[in-house]
Ligand binder design. Sequence first.
Ligand code: 5AD
Ligand code: SF4
Length: 352
Amino acid sequence: MDYNNLDRNKIIKILNSDISNLDELFQYSESVKADNVTKTTYFRGLIELSNICRKNCLYCGIRADNKSVERYILNNEDVIKCAQYAYNNNFGSVVLQAGENNTPAFTSRITHLIKEIKKLSNGELTITLSLGEQTKEVYKEWADTGAERYLLRIESSSLELYKRLHPNDITHSYNTRIAALKILRDCNYQVGSGVMIGTPFQSIENLADDLLWLKDFDIDMCGMGPFLEHKQTPLYQYHETLHSLEWRRDMTFKMIALLRILMPKINIAATTALQSIDDCAREKALKIGANIIMPNITPLEYLHTYKLYENKPISENKVDGQIISLISRIENSGDKIGFNKPGTSIHYLNKK
Ligand code: 5AD
Ligand code: SF4
């Protein structure tokens, strides 16, 4: 097949193919990665600041209405320690992630943390934010303070499916989300987005359209991973309709390979959700097109409570040995590690 001219029909055909018949696709996506972003994996130390969230996405374990979650907030000192850990281990970059909180106390605290992280690393650590929908003023303040990247998944590019995955109210509006992504672009961030793969009610056509949407929106980075059901969420009632975990893992591989071909120079993450299905899945994702890995460096005592989904792997946290083993597994699969490098999206740099 000519993978250079992927139209919707071809994408659907590939997504419908059995993974055992897709060696040629994966070899091609691997070569596209090598030719465009080199065989390099960049580390982003993921710091989960707080699991307090004002929203109620129907799939998410830390949604506001889940009263069985113990909520936490990392104090500034702990956040700084995590960032220092990332810096000492030559990660090059950190991600600050939290449930959605738009109070002035929270947003100004983030501004403070961005400053502190830049200070402790002599401006070297690059910062990605994953803090949901905020006003233009807030996005701008964080960018002006030094944050370079922002992740905001569209979750599904289909308005109809988006509505089935979220409550139908103004706090969970598809149009607001698209508008937020546009503002992020206007603020000059490297903009990351992505979708969940294998949610209830999702079709192969939806997934094909997601890929085309990501391309059309011209994202700079992508994080997409398998949907993982959580018992304490409304969508759990549909768990019997879901595809198997292996299906969701394999579909994620196909999506990553196709996106690498469609958008050769963007950054693509091999997500934690993927790892929770299969311990080797992240390395496979890196081989066939992904180039970013986000080891969780949140202090162990909090990791148990940041559960967007169940069975979230927590083993690699802050245990130096675990990071070392991750490094050697990636190197064995053929990539070098971009230590101390920002790993800026080449797609983004080329637009400037
Ligand atoms: N399964 C997989 N991913 C999930 N997320 C939230 N809940 C789940 C789940 N049950 C993802 C969303 C969100 C990101 C932070 O985590 O895509 O954008
Ligand atoms: Fe909050 Fe994000 Fe979970 Fe939605 S997906 S409930 S915004 S943490």
